[in-house]
Write a protein that binds this ligand. Structure first.
Ligand code: TXA
Ligand code: MG
Length: 323
């Protein structure tokens, strides 16, 4: 059944309605500080199955559960000092912790029937406000169709899921623009399984983390699969200049005499600004139906590591055989 999708303003009347509808088991598009999420209560089987159906996501890919506060999140997992230290330093914020699950009332299909769970306390005020009014944690994957670019505005969610959900709550443009950093605490070694806003150097100041792929024996989660985050137009990364008929996504200033379609992630080469603009600009350029999108080389340090990680996946094609 096709639903009428409405983008609603963030005001107290609409928040009240969203909370009531989430309580009743509805799935709703909500803003977080990273990207927009497709949220539903974590303890309702129909709701969780609906999230998978709406996204067209394989059931083997578990969801992140979002909590209103650190205590509730830590109470649902088996913790050690690593979890406590990371949570106290980075929550509320763009960090997701994977650990053994303790709470038996969480819907098994949200965890893909595994005995581990991914948890986070988001810092977006609107999402936090909804969580604390609802008093039930929310499962929320990014609000895109499986394999597509994550949405960073209410309009992006509309583009992705129009007709499949009734409400998208407008929280403006996502502050960070890239998904959370995911850390696996299930083994003795702490593993960084998805790069994000909080980078390895920052994490290493709290606890040594390992991001070497070949050493990871974890299953490949969707954020880790080679061909995630994909625009329809083919992408050429680490480019020096655009070829004829390619759109140009620059890092730094666009030459004044440039004639083609071009945007810059950041005129002043700021990585934070580039992360915020990345998905929005890829989405925009994708609509221009150019022969390809060429992305200028972006430094591979700090936030640049997560940006390059997403670009590599977006550029992946079976032909180019990017590993
Ligand atoms: O920033 C974010 O994390 C956004 C916002 C909405 O919170 N959410 C998000 O969710 O990116 P999603 O579902 O698109 O990505 C969640 C990642 C996936 O790579 C998933 O496989 C992984 O977390 N994940 C979830 N549960 C896991 C588990 N038990 N073990 C390992 N990975 C897990
Ligand atoms: Mg996602």
């Amino acid at each position: 059944m096709k639903l009428k999708t409405i983008i609603k303003k963030n005001n107290s009347k609409n928040i009240k309605e969203v909370v009531a509808r989430l309580k009743a088991g509805e799935v709703i598009g909500l803003p977080t500080e990273t990207v927009y999420g497709l949220a539903g209560r974590y303890d309702n089987k129909n709701t969780i199955e609906n999230i998978y159906k709406i996204k067209n996501r394989p059931k083997s890919n578990p969801l992140i559960i979002h909590y209103s506060n650190i205590n509730d999140a830590l109470n649902d997992i088996h913790i050690d000092s690593r979890a406590r230290d990371l949570a106290n330093k980075y929550w509320p914020g763009p960090l997701t912790l994977v650990a053994k699950v303790k709470n038996k009332s969480i819907c098994k299909s949200a965890l893909s029937k595994m005995n581990t769970i991914a948890v986070r306390v988001p810092s977006n005020i609107i999402f936090l406000n909804i969580l604390s009014k609802l008093k039930i944690p929310l499962a929320a994957p990014s609000a895109n169709r499986y394999g597509k670019i994550s949405p960073t505005s209410a309009n992006d969610v509309y583009e992705e899921l129009n007709g499949k959900i009734s409400i998208i709550l407008d929280g403006g443009h996502s502050l960070i623009g890239l998904e959370s950093t995911v850390i696996d605490l299930t083994g003795k070694k702490t593993k960084l399984i998805r790069h994000g806003a909080i980078n390895k150097t920052e994490l290493n100041s709290i606890i040594p983390v390992n991001d070497k792929k070949e050493k990871l024996k974890v299953f490949i989660s969707p954020g880790l699969s080679n061909s995630h985050y994909k625009p329809d137009t083919s992408l050429r990364i680490n480019a020096l200049r655009p070829k004829k008929n390619e759109a140009w996504l620059a890092f730094g200033a666009i030459p004044k005499n440039f004639k083609g379609i071009a945007l810059t992630l950041s005129e002043k080469k700021c990585l934070k600004e580039s992360a915020k603009n990345l998905y929005k600009m890829l989405r925009y350029l994708d609509k221009k139906k150019c022969s390809g999108i060429a992305v200028q080389k972006i430094p591979k340090f700090g936030l640049g590591i997560a940006i390059n990680d997403r670009l590599k996946r977006a550029a992946f094609s079976d032909r180019t055989n990017v590993k």
